[in-house]
Design a protein around this ligand. Sequence first.
Ligand code: FAD
Length: 713
Amino acid sequence: MPLEVKPRFVVLYGSQKGQAQSIAEGIAEEAEEHGLVADLCCLNQNDKYNLEKERAPVVFVVSTTGDGEPPDNALQFVKRIKKRTLSPDHYKHLLYALLALGDTNYANFCNCGKTIERRLRELGAKQFYPTGYADDGVGLELVIDPWLKGLWNSIKDTLSKMASDRTVQLKEDSAKEIPESSLPDVQLNLLSIADKQICEPDSKYSSSLAISDVRPASASTVSSSAPKTQACSEGVPQVSLAASLTSSLPPLSESSLNVPSLPPPYLDVALQEADAVEQAVERLSKETCNEVPISKAVQLSKGDSVKTALLLELDISAFPSMTYHPGDSFDVFCPNVAEEVDHLLHRLGLQDQKNHRVQISLKHNTKKRGAQVPPHIPENVSLLFLLTWCLEIRSVPKKAFLRALVEHTSDSAQKRRLQELCSKQGAADYNLYVRDPSLSVSELLTAFPSCSPSLSLLIELLPKLQPRPYSAASSHLRHPEKLRFVFNVVEFPACSGRPTGRRGLCTGWLFDLVNPGLVFPEKAELALPKIHVSLRPSCSFRPPSDPSLPFIMIGPGTGVAPFIGFLQQREEEKKENPEAKFGETWLFFGCRYRNKDYLFREELENFVSSGTLNHLKVCFSREDRKDEEEPPSAAQPRYVQHNLLLCCRQVTDILLRQDGYIYVCGDAKNMAKDVNETLVEMIKTELQVDQLEAMKTLAGLREQKRYLQDIWA
Ligand code: FAD
């Protein structure tokens, strides 16, 4: 039999939370269906690929993290290609396509992807397919789905052209010319991508396989005007007039479905009785992770404030490695909720084996490209430890996950609903019932009681349980042995599939840990517990190194946290060196109500009294002014950007004429964007320039690291 040589291409990914990695893996897996073979590597595995010699097309899938930084596993690659010593024809042989993931709620949207692309071009590489910029702010799939759809023809076209250039005949099915008319309908501007082929079969979805043509379980009994048959575990139909997580309405309930192809299994998991297993949380972190005592817990929000804000103080006196600077943040390692872990163990039928050691190995014959044992699972851990500390069991299930769960669901109505939710036709329902309410895998399993996934499937598809970062809200100079931080307890409202609301994983856990002390502060004997933390030093979010330069801080809500650290530090420096020249300081703070959630009010007012803070601008977005201290005024600023506008002249003067700095920090999704737009407007007015020029000026400040952001969703 002649040996079939499939045309090959390369897929490289840089991924912080696994999203880009799973897309890259999906591309590599789908390659076979297109008669291609893909070499899949992480960008940091530079011993496994060689771009300097690569002649095959290369597909990059990269996310962006933090303030536009590359993901950890792409850092070295970005550093390498940024070297100015590389010649402009370094990559002139290279053909590439790039999918960048980002979030427009953050500054520097898709910055890592853009940086890689810019350098590839500067080094002579040629693009064979337009770059996709996917925006998590509006839904990554809006760009990813059409981008992936068009990718295949482009790869084949490129390979085919390369082959004919080399006058090598590839096999007929892999070398056929792609007509111009079938070139991908992907535009560079992410907002203008139109998925015109919404009703056409999607190359991402296995359109010709039996599973792709899934008919409704009860299609013959459902008419478009009749109430829908609701999914129910016992198989007894219940009548529902409204769609929900577990039930759909026509036309979806009657539609044929295109579902994604089944992710190939790749892990063998065994449970072994063991006398001693590792339970050390420290092993979860590559950095030094310390178990530190909480020395203080204070509720900052008052009365019936919508959000509960807490300040925690950690005693770091025994941990010299925890020495921090203003602007640094640190990771808190939190466990999954014990009841949810217990529920999962029951569901897996493994309650009796929770203390067994988990042994994970790769399936010998797996079809998954680049398969590896998840690196976030340490060796020699018990099943209980694995489910408690290693896997994000509250992650929002991706469509591939739902597709895999179909195979483990016995009830036909539930099976059909899961198929709908992962199908192309059910995309709107997926967004409405799964993605938007952040439905967790645990909640999904509760809603679909006949679904019993295997342990190996969960380990394959659940992402790493990530530690949660928090900004230091104190200065090491003021509190040498202490580290403070502030957070709002995240609340998820009830929704279809979540009968009662729940709290965020880490903030809910921290709240429960310290709650007895908050309720009974007079009971000193209630010792506060310890938590595991590791430091995440910031490279750039720091007060100006030259203290004589002025700076502006914008931090509504808990976004004020790092600025408390900045100001404490400044106050100490002033005490140590009263003769030195210190630049002006400004703080723009905002919250809902003066008397409920004005965090650090007293401390901020003291900073003003001592001259550490020269300008404090505060606004209240929900205040009923009749009851408040200030007289009502139509022009009353509601948000931080309104106050910024009122100080347009001084702020722009600091930034444009005095070499000053501006810092933005916060958890408000739109705040950073609104502030950015306001700054553009202010620069336009002040310099009398057009929009583009103003944006360039702001970009210049960013490049000089004088406009810095620390934003979280
Ligand atoms: P999770 O269980 O992880 O849930 C939070 C997720 O759910 C978020 O993705 C959010 O978008 C989403 N979500 C939130 N509310 C809802 C809702 N009602 N419905 C649906 N979805 C929702 N946070 C602070 O409070 N203070 C800080 O100083 C701070 N500093 C940070 C510094 C950095 C560098 C970063 C990256 C983040 C910082 N954060 C800070 C955010 C913090 O790390 C956590 O993300 C936050 O506390 C929530 O964690 P959690 O585990 O309780 O929530």
